[in-house]
Design a protein around this ligand. Structure first.
Ligand code: GAL
Length: 666
């Protein structure tokens, strides 16, 4: 869980000196400014392919040699990128197969980035070649400390090569066509396949109603990205076995199973762009915290890198509001609290032209250090130096929330119940919020993780069950675990076939002591209510209608024909407890329910009271206290602590808007 790649928190970001090749004086100015900004690293070369290989087989590494040397002379670490995220025009022109084909069957023209086929042997070969050359040339360069592979892998390709690869993937995953026809339920609408060549990728003008096939396609695309990545890194692993490898993930992007991809990385990194200060700061902070916890959990609590963030604005929101002063600093400290060992920006210097010229950067078009943003970045750099003690320290929570990538796919592709409200992430975050508010550390895990180390496992909307999950839940509860399931649990298996014999699947009916006979879906404006411990809570969107067998009924519906039937149940099973919360709620129920559970089970809540909108996160011996409310907050601590940033002793904290403190026990 602990894992250290550097002795200090990395502070830097995307650096594109190749855009300033004609003005070398700017490179020198960058070095001066980086020192002033307390920046200790630069990520170089992300989209630099056409600068390195301007013509096929003609290479120009001199500029890269020079900038890496300059960075080294100035004491900066380099995270060196491979350039596959965007390609030179000559490459696409000469080898059109490298370009993507969209689901409409039309091949894209050259342009933008992430526009490559994941299967194309030519593209794979070209990527391997340029990566080999980079690795050979810089394997002993003292500045190069990490590889940044490509950039934000994403998208899919529907070309003939990919169709054929999909069919091969299917052949490897199903015994034969009979098995595929059964698992895809192809008797429906006369869809029985008699030859593999009849199968194409899902698309609007073709097949898009075979749900299991859509799920298979998502798995195939995810595997294609991983196999593309494995091809990219093969020369790096061989030539530079001691240089760690990462690639930057995009929040909860669902086109790739990050829980699977993470197994192939040395460390996880991600790009964080919250929409701060739009009137919902508290909720933005909760969701961002959940995402950080997800990335820390991808490698079992190991620290991650925050590969990108903006020091001021982005350019891709509809309206790009400037966050409040010091919000970026607070946001960065939040990342460190949740396990980040780096704070990096997109980008160091604003581009002069092009699509991202109005995106925030450390150095603005004015070119000097006398800006609010630059000063804040520099201040943050000095703060991070005081937090070096956390570097390498990972952690796990006592509570896990199951957010499973493949379940996300399954919940998004089926047709039925409430087709408008399938916000799996939102549902998980609603459960997470009361835990965040109590300062309880949470891991975000896939359904096939080890539940054994958690005192409480919460599984919202666990609609699809991967093989083995039923046994895993049963065993966990039997051995004394506390498991909470939400609505629509255990409906389909890994191939999207419904479980027969009643929901939830198979022996989960015994574990939870219930049977779900029907599920009601509530259109907007229509609600039910649930009576639970003398209070009434709104039920929205989904209401499972249950029969309690061995379970105790803790809460009941109050309206409609199922009024009086169970909405919250508790079953004692083996040495453990299994709760079923049958309805969707806007949040107040979860807050009260978690409050009760935390009175029964020690979940590691904060030892001092946390005011609304304030977050308390413990990483190693450091306690991060952050005010995300829209007003100043006073916090009375349970004892005297040392304020890590100024060395003083404190027994209370006064935090302004955007304020934070880092304290530790004396
Ligand atoms: C990221 C991307 C960067 C830059 C940034 C702008 O998603 O990796 O290259 O485009 O967005 O916010």
């Amino acid at each position: 869980m602990d894992k250290k790649f550097f002795d200090y928190i990395i502070h830097g970001g995307d650096y594109n000196p190749d855009q300033w090749i004609d003005t070398p004086e700017i490179w020198d100015e960058d070095m001066r400014l980086m020192n002033l900004a307390n920046v200790n690293s630069a990520t170089v070369g992300i989209f630099a392919w056409s600068m390195i290989e301007p013509e096929e087989g003609v290479y120009n590494f001199e500029w890269l040699d020079e900038i890496l040397d300059k960075l080294h002379e100035n004491g900066k670490d380099v995270i060196l990128a491979t350039p596959s995220g965007a390609r030179p025009a000559w490459l696409a022109q000469k080898y059109p197969e490298v370009l993507r084909v969209e689901a409409n069957g039309i091949r894209n023209e050259y342009g933008v980035r992430h526009n490559h086929c994941l299967t194309s042997p030519v593209y794979r070969e070209k990527v391997r070649n340029i990566n080999t050359l980079l690795a050979e040339r810089y394997k002993d360069h003292p500045a190069v400390k990490m590889w940044h592979i490509s950039n934000e892998y994403c998208g899919e390709c529907h070309c003939e090569l990919c169709q054929e690869a999909f069919r091969d993937w299917l052949k490897a995953h199903y015994k034969d066509l009979d098995e595929l026809n059964f698992k895809w339920w192809n008797g429906f609408w006369s869809h029985k396949m008699t030859d593999w060549s009849q199968i194409n990728s899902p698309k609007d003008r073709g097949e898009n109603h075979v749900v299991a096939m859509k799920l298979a396609w998502k798995r195939f695309v995810s595997d294609s990205h991983i196999s593309f990545y494995e091809n990219e890194i093969a020369p790096l692993r061989e030539i530079t076995p001691n240089i760690p490898i990462t690639t930057n993930f995009m929040k909860m992007y669902d086109g790739i199973d990050y829980q699977d991809f993470a197994k192939h990385l040395d460390l996880v990194s991600w790009d964080n762009y919250p929409a701060w200060d739009r009137g919902a700061t508290h909720s933005e902070a909760v969701e961002t915290a959940f995402v950080h916890d997800n990335f820390r959990s991808l490698k079992d609590g190991q620290p991650f890198f925050l590969m990108e963030s903006t020091p001021s604005i982005v350019n891709w929101h509809e309206v790009n509001k400037i966050p409040k002063p010091f919000r970026q600093e607070q946001s960065s400290v939040q990342a460190v609290a949740h396990g980040a060992d780096s704070i990096q920006y997109f980008q160091w210097r604003k581009s002069r032209g092009g699509h991202e010229k109005f995106h925030g950067a450390v150095v603005d078009h004015c070119g000097h250090e006398n800006t609010r943003v630059f000063k804040e970045v520099s201040h943050l750099g000095s703060v991070l130096q005081k937090l070096d003690g956390v570097v390498g320290k990972g952690y796990n929570g006592k509570v896990a929330i199951i957010y499973d990538w493949q379940n996300k796919w399954a919940t998004s592709v089926f047709c039925g119940y409430n087709n408008n409200e399938r916000d799996y992430l939102g549902e998980c975050v609603k459960w997470y919020k009361p835990l965040w508010e109590k300062g309880i550390a949470v891991d975000v895990i896939p359904m096939d993780a080890d539940y054994g180390k958690y005192d409480l496992v919460i599984a919202p909307f666990l609609y699809m069950l991967k093989d083995g999950t039923i046994d895993r839940i049963e065993e966990y509860v039997r051995n004394g675990g506390n498991f909470v399931a939400g609505y629509l649990t255990g409906i389909v298996d890994e191939d999207d076939l419904c479980y027969l014999g009643g929901f939830p699947a198979d022996k989960l009916k015994d574990v939870f002591g219930i049977w779900c006979e029907e599920t009601d879906s509530l259109p907007e404006g229509i609600k039910n209510t649930v009576s639970y411990k003398d209070k009434s809570y709104k039920a929205v969107n989904f209401c499972d209608i249950l029969h309690a067998n061995t379970a105790e009924t803790l809460g009941t519906y109050e309206d409609d024909f199922y009024s009086g039937s169970p909405a919250v149940t508790l079953n004692s099973y083996g040495k453990g407890k299994a709760y079923y919360v049958a309805f969707a709620n806007e949040g107040d129920f979860f807050a009260d329910f978690i409050e009760e559970l935390s009175e029964k089970i020690d979940l590691g809540a904060s030892p001092f009271r946390i005011p609304d909108g304030v977050s308390v996160v413990k990483r190693d011996e450091y306690v991060f206290v952050m005010n995300f409310a829209d007003e100043e907050k006073n916090i009375n601590l349970d004892r005297e602590y040392e304020d890590v940033l100024n060395g003083e002793k404190v027994s209370s904290l006064n935090l302004p808007i955007c304020g934070y403190a880092v304290i530790r026990c004396l």
